[in-house]
Write a protein that binds this ligand. Structure first.
Ligand code: HEC
Ligand code: HEC
Length: 357
């Protein structure tokens, strides 16, 4: 599918309303409108196709607020000590700073926490895209290894957690007002998904640059962008406003392991997808070390060098899309400029924690 790279402002985008909503979500808030009133706007990327929102889960200000509370609440987890936010932290570019995540009951998981910037624009979730839609993803993370509400081995189930939530009057009232009933796993998932759709990197230097404000990036970063987009063609995969084509590629990470993580192939059943993973966005990349799905690159320099080497050799390497990167043979200054560009892909505002009921 072609993704728009133009800078035409979307009709649905309104700075005033966006600013009002942002103030509510990320700072001290004007009072939210009543629950039944749908939020007509939330921060969306101008110049990108509209975010797909399921018809049965319309965005409302109250639902987004509730979802945000649940997202930050460790009471959701099976072991009671970790929240969704706990592995997608601000200071780590919405990742957790670990090579691979440590899940519920301190079980070491197999993959690294990805950033969640602009996640509402992804129709397939996870490094291998195995889950369609954020509502399903929330339940997957919640009952799976990340949050551990599995209902097995003495851990509470999602229903058990909901029963607890219903004992908290602040939650009970919100669920009643928004859904006309008590908390249940579907409603929790709908609320958390709605909140995640607001994690949009509007106003970042990258977005301002794409909107035509050259001064949003330093001179070195602008030179770096030319290398990124024209010489090394990182844009073959890290494409467009999202800096990802939302497709799966084998760049060779972890393929030398004894039994490699086959990534997308497990989902598609296609051998050609062996070792292919979803192209990550590069927003906030300077904050989100270590890198790659297995956390195998400790620094940004290391990760970029892997790409400039044309990936790591293996049978299923996407040589076609990595050819320009490999052949670019950048000088030291060019590499420095490329890194300057990547380091300026930071996102300005914080997703700050709400007060919990
Ligand atoms: C223990 C750490 C941890 C916790 C807690 C956690 N996550 Fe994650 N999250 C991860 C990891 C690791 C992945 C990647 C897993 C994979 O690709 O197989 C991930 C992936 C995701 C993705 C997909 C990102 C993408 O690029 O496709 C979303 C969305 C997400 N998490 C949201 C949540 C939500 C919502 C919760 C709470 C219900 C949650 N996470 C709790 C570690 C965590
Ligand atoms: C063939 C498609 C492709 C091309 C071309 C490409 N990348 Fe990537 N990039 C990926 C994929 C896929 C990953 C994730 C790999 C993994 O973890 O298995 C990735 C990961 C990264 C990461 C680590 C991101 C993270 O969150 O862990 C950085 C940094 C990066 N690429 C930079 C670049 C730069 C700079 C270029 C150009 C020199 C480039 N990439 C070219 C597909 C590509």
């Amino acid at each position: 599918m072609h993704r728009s790279t133009s800078v035409t402002p979307s009709h649905r985008f309104s700075w005033t309303l966006t600013a009002a909503l942002l103030a509510g979500l990320w700072g001290c808030a004007p009072a939210p409108p009543p629950a039944e009133e749908p939020a007509p706007q939330w921060p969306e990327l101008a110049g990108y196709e509209a975010m797909a929102v399921p018809e049965d889960n319309p965005m409302t200000v109250a639902k987004i607020e509730l979802g945000k509370q649940l997202y930050y609440d460790a009471r959701l987890s099976g072991d009671g000590v970790r929240s969704c936010y706990g592995c997608h932290l601000n200071e780590n570019g919405l990742t957790d700073g670990k090579p691979v995540a440590i899940g519920a009951f301190d079980k070491t998981l197999t993959r690294s926490s990805p950033t969640l910037w602009n996640i509402g624009y992804h129709s397939e979730l996870y490094w291998d895209g195995r889950t369609k839609g954020l509502e399903a993803q929330v339940k997957g993370a919640w009952r799976g290894g990340n949050m551990g509400a599995s209902g097995k081995d003495g851990a509470p189930s999602m229903d058990d957690v909901c029963a607890k939530l219903n004992e908290v009057s602040g939650y009970k009232e919100q669920f009643q007002a928004i859904f006309g009933g008590e908390a249940n796993p579907d409603r929790v998932a709908q609320a958390v998904a709605s909140f995640m759709r607001t994690i949009v990197a509007v106003g970042s230097p990258w977005v301002r640059f794409r909107e035509g404000d050259e001064s949003a990036l330093s001179e070195a970063a602008r030179r770096g962008y030319t290398i990124f987009s024209e010489k090394a063609k990182c844009t073959n995969c890290h494409d467009g406003l999202l800096l990802t084509d939302l497709q799966y590629h084998n760049v060779g990470i972890g393929m030398d392991a004894e039994s490699p993580d086959i990534g997308r192939a497990k989902v598609s059943g296609d051998e050609k997808d062996t070792g292919a993973f979803k192209t990550p966005t590069l927003l906030d990349i300077a904050e989100s070390a270590p890198y790659f799905h297995d956390g195998s690159a400790a620094t940004l320099e290391d990760a970029v060098q892997v790409m400039l080497d044309g990936g790591k050799p293996n049978q299923w390497l996407d040589e076609e899309n990595l050819r320009e990167a490999k052949e670019a043979e950048l000088t030291e200054e060019e590499v420095a400029d490329l890194l300057a560009f990547l380091r300026e892909l930071n996102v300005d505002y914080d997703v700050s924690s709400p007060e919990l009921p």
